[in-house]
Design a protein. Structure first.
Length: 447
């Protein structure tokens, strides 16, 4: 069998890592060695997980700067002190500015900018950009968020390193590189016309972040960026984030986006969360929301707003699973599979009669273990505990703890099922009560 011999006459690509700061403001020469200007910025292709250089921007003149775009195929050499092009200086066209918003420009959009770290779920500031260099090609590998990256950018790395080695050779500064892989980075590139964020990586990376963390990220941003990030999310993610930001941020979003847009969010969030939000608003604003919301949802929320906030009626959500007596286990399981939920459902199904009066309850585990053809009432719990609409937080908490319920049904005076109180709702109330008591006796829990 003939083997193909390697061609040793061709240079082998030698991949090395380097930083954007090593190329910034380097002299750019044409094919004759004539000075053109200095490298100002690098444009990268964003369709890949790790963007690759597609062009560079050369800047010349002072104080009136002018800019020229150079396709990357015209870059002949990247040297430590200069960049050499394979074209003549006369072929370049300089303009007073270069601000194409459709491009991802590293100096403009990334360096010194806030980006979202979708792995650690936080907002960070980029001090330098880490490239993988193969011959003349540059691929963005990481962003540098450490103090060392900032010192390198300012041109003081050599001297600061020398001082650190003399004073403290084992300093963390000399060893620690704070690099985050590009695939976890979401640049916050604002479109000034629509005030939305241009998503440069798949939005799935953002929506995979837990809503509580995404809410914290939102609140860490400047106000204009908060609106832009919020508008870039799909409706369901907006709703989850809206439930996980503080009231001050919620009210700011109302002011910026208007009642109609926030009303679409309230329509899709669980009724208990919507009620909690509306209760905090001035009465005029609550009425405004109820006017423009879907009539069915508005009617439901109006009813819930009539209950005291520290009663079962005020805490309950009207989203629950119910079935009629006589249905089979298989039918109920199929119903659970087909039903869409605003939030993860409490793992109970409630048996009701034709007037929606509570008869019994069964959890998902019992349904999974039972035969499909068995009537659902045969696998239901022997007794179902419930609370009334005016039951107190303490009463609800006591029953949930005693019977280890994750959710407890709420009925009216005629035993009609009106909703359920879930463990997270009651827990938030209990924590609030505990905090108030601790503050009274000047005790702060350890973090």
């Amino acid at each position: 069998m003939n083997q193909i011999k390697p061609d040793y006459s061709k240079p082998t690509p030698n991949p090395v890592f380097t930083y954007f700061s090593a190329f910034m403001d380097q002299e750019v020469l044409d094919t004759r060695g004539e000075r053109i200007g200095r490298l100002y910025d690098i444009i990268v292709k964003v369709a890949q997980i790790y963007p690759q250089s597609t062009s560079l921007i050369v800047r010349k003149g002072f104080p009136n700067h002018k800019y020229a775009l150079v396709p990357w195929q015209n870059v002949s050499q990247l040297n430590p002190r200069e960049i050499i092009l394979n074209i003549e200086k006369s072929s370049l066209v300089f303009a007073e500015k270069h601000d194409n918003k459709d491009e991802l420009s590293l100096r403009r959009d990334i360096l010194d900018q806030q980006v979202v770290d979708t792995y650690n779920h936080k907002v960070i500031r980029v001090n330098d950009i880490h490239f993988l260099r193969v011959e003349n090609s540059l691929t963005v590998a990481h962003v540098d968020i450490g103090g060392r990256g900032l010192v390198r950018r300012l041109g003081f790395e050599k001297w600061v390193d020398l001082i650190c080695k003399l004073i403290h050779p084992g300093a963390r500064y000399l060893k620690l590189e704070r690099l985050i892989p590009w695939k976890y980075i979401q640049p916050l590139s604002i479109n000034p016309a629509s005030m939305t964020i241009k998503i440069n990586v798949p939005q799935k990376q953002l929506t995979n972040i837990p809503a509580a963390d995404l809410g914290e990220i939102l609140q860490d941003l400047p106000l204009t960026d908060q609106v832009a990030l919020f508008k870039s999310l799909d409706l369901n993610t907006r709703a989850k984030v809206f439930m996980n930001v503080d009231f001050k941020t919620q009210h700011f979003l109302i002011e910026e986006l208007g009642f109609a847009e926030i009303a679409t969010i309230i329509n899709v969030i669980p009724s208990d969360e919507a009620t909690d939000f509306l209760e905090k608003l001035p009465k005029e604003e609550t009425k405004e929301f109820l006017k423009i919301m879907e009539s069915k949802q508005a009617k439901k929320l109006s009813e819930l707003l009539g209950y005291s906030s520290d009663s079962a009626g005020g805490l309950m959500t009207t989203e629950y699973l119910s079935c009629g007596k006589g249905q089979t286990v298989g039918q109920v399981i199929q119903y659970i599979k087909e039903k869409s939920f605003k939030v993860e459902p409490a793992q109970y199904v409630y048996l009701v009669d034709n007037e929606n009066k509570l008869l019994a309850s069964v959890n998902f585990k019992r349904l999974m273990l039972a035969a499909n053809e068995e009537p659902v009432e045969k696998v239901a719990f022997p007794k179902t505990y419930f609370v009334k609409l005016d039951s107190s937080v303490k009463e609800v908490a006591y029953l949930m703890e005693k019977y280890k319920y994750y959710a407890i049904p709420v009925v009216d005076e005629h035993n009609v099922l009106k909703g359920i109180v879930t463990v997270d709702d009651i827990l938030s109330q209990v924590i609030a009560i505990a905090w108030r008591r601790l503050k009274k006796i000047n005790i702060t829990p350890k973090q």
